[in-house]
Ligand binder design. Structure first.
Ligand code: GSH
Length: 276
């Protein structure tokens, strides 16, 4: 039996849900609610000591870390295969998965918390309640403390958008030529692991980070969204804008600053091999 402990709106959870849907696997949706702190309850911490979602439980055995989970699923349920056959391309895929974990995954959290309605929850708390909540996070206390109850300094948001811009520039290079997917003809874990992050940025009104000058990224996102597994994953309520309709209000100035910063960076002109 497969059980997935997840949040509907968590990008890491969405990554695993896409993979499960692509493989047409039956799974039990153990949906946790962040505001009720299910993910830091003593029972859940026994499954995932990091106090984060997702966690897959396969026949009673927990598997944690979304990138590990999708690779585990591909090992155990190889139909359809989401890993390339050629070891050199597998190495490229793994390098991309690490890049996605290190660069855009943390970056997307900054605007998500700042503009994604999540701040409202923290602003409504007393200082004492806020401290009591964040101190219980095994890995995230520093992130929450930096955010505080009033949000991140603009400099943090600008740095995060710079990292997203670097990501889409790398994707543009990977997609050049006639590649429909990031590693070529085959749709792989490389596509799955970054898709919920780009979807989130679009949902929050940041598609200006790629739409004007990175047409391959725009085409790739369209192809991703056309996949049935994608529609299953993003059921109603799993996008922030569905809960917080005001989220996508103009971020024009932030986007302009990110594009200006990126125009001086070498990312678009580098070759694919140095890009990942
Ligand atoms: N590296 C972990 C990161 C998981 C993660 O940060 N999950 C977020 C949701 S996307 C979470 O559970 N946050 C809980 C919190 O902020 O307290 C993975 O990929 O599974």
């Amino acid at each position: 039996m497969l059980e997935l402990y997840n949040f509907s709106q968590s990008t890491c959870s969405q990554k695993v849900r896409i993979c499960l849907a692509e493989k047409k696997l039956d799974w039990v949706d153990r949906r946790l609610v962040s505001k009720d702190r299910h993910h830091i309850s003593p029972e859940y911490l026994k499954l995932n000591p990091n106090g984060v979602v997702p966690t897959l439980v396969h026949d009673g055995a927990p598997v944690i870390e979304s990138s590990v989970i999708v690779q585990y699923l591909d090992d155990v349920f190889p139909d359809p295969r989401l890993t390339p056959g050629d070891p050199k391309t597998v190495a490229q895929m793994r390098a991309w998965v690490i890049f996605v974990e290190q660069v855009p995954t943390p970056a997307v959290r900054y605007p998500s918390f700042q503009h994604g309605g999540l701040m409202q929850k923290f602003q409504a708390m007393s200082r004492k309640e806020f401290e009591a909540t964040i101190v219980r996070r095994p890995l995230k206390s520093r992130f929450y403390r930096r955010m505080g109850q009033m949000g991140f300094p603009q400099e943090d948001i600008d740095d995060a958008l710079d990292d997203i811009r670097k990501t889409v520039c790398r994707m543009e290079i990977m997609l050049r030529g006639s590649n429909p997917w990031l590693l070529g003809e085959q749709y792989t874990i490389a596509d799955i692991c970054v898709a919920p992050l780009i979807d989130r940025m679009q949902d929050m009104g940041y598609s200006g980070l790629w739409e004007a000058d990175l047409p391959h990224v725009t085409g790739w996102l369209r192809r991703m969204k056309a996949r049935p597994a994608y529609t299953t994953t993003f059921y109603w309520g799993s996008r922030l804008s569905e809960q917080y309709p005001d989220i996508a209000h103009a971020h024009g100035e932030e986007i302009v600053r990110a594009l200006q910063r990126s125009s001086g960076s070498p990312s678009v002109s580098t070759t694919i091999s140095s890009a990942i």
